[in-house]
Design a protein around this ligand. Sequence first.
Ligand SMILES: C[S@@+](CC[C@H](N)C(=O)[O-])C[C@H]1O[C@@H](n2cnc3c(N)ncnc32)[C@H](O)[C@@H]1O
Length: 275
Amino acid sequence: MPSIARKTLRRVVPRSVRAALLRAAGRTPARAASPARAASPTPAATPEPQAANAAPGRLGPNEPGGITRLHVGCGPENLMADWWNVDIRGFKGVDEVVDVTAAWPWTSLDYVYGEHFLEHLPLDGAVAFLGQALARLRPGGRIRLSTPGLEWVWQTHLRPGGSDDQVVADTYRANRAFHGWGHEFLYSRPFLERLLGRQGFVDITFHAYGESDDPALRGLERHGTYQVVDGWPNVWNVEAARPAGDASATDLPEPPPELLEEIEREFVRYVKSGH
Ligand SMILES: C[S@@+](CC[C@H](N)C(=O)[O-])C[C@H]1O[C@@H](n2cnc3c(N)ncnc32)[C@H](O)[C@@H]1O
């Protein structure tokens, strides 16, 4: 866009509208095919990769001798050299631009990892993501997710009965935790455990920041503000595995209908109703 037009645009059009116009004109990183909010929990068969901007010499999970550790929602700042870094947005250094709530283009992965990622998916998108992860891991392959702990948020973000100033500040903090940074859903430990278990994952374990029984999953977390308050960690680091003997087809059947029905009944319909 010529600079004179850009200056005029800046003067007369509000920032949010400007951003939308620039996005439409392709001036900011494009989102991959479908936005997470519109994700279907029952994606179709394996698609072709949508985009690849991996550095020369980096081989993806589908290539012989390629990287078989998938880093989902990698963002721009915490790319990992021996992981295949994917994100819905085409940040510099991302290996592949993919919406991981839709069907994945890879199979037989050894590991899937995501930090501060799960809470950014709408709950039905999280179900779709976990279904894909289970289907695309090799039997015995493991997933590790690091996501804010709802119990910690509950314990630390609102102290009713304090001074009005305190409660006003806490009101901002509590609402920030739920709505800020694009958060869609915050997870408690039993909820994570059941969500993973009901999808078919086994060997579900929780770990301290950076710790794991599996050397490949140690020392991965990058957000350096780990804390535990009254026994509640600010992030849950959960691991789970695809059953080792599960040699069924890589395309899973649909997620358990009663799980989809429950999340629709208890949450999704309220979010979608808008009032
Ligand atoms: C809070 S950032 C975390 C980035 C990185 N993991 C970190 O810890 O620095 C969440 C990331 O998830 C990505 N994301 C959100 N929805 C996604 C989706 N459906 N598929 C792939 N990536 C997604 C966002 O674009 C964003 O980069």
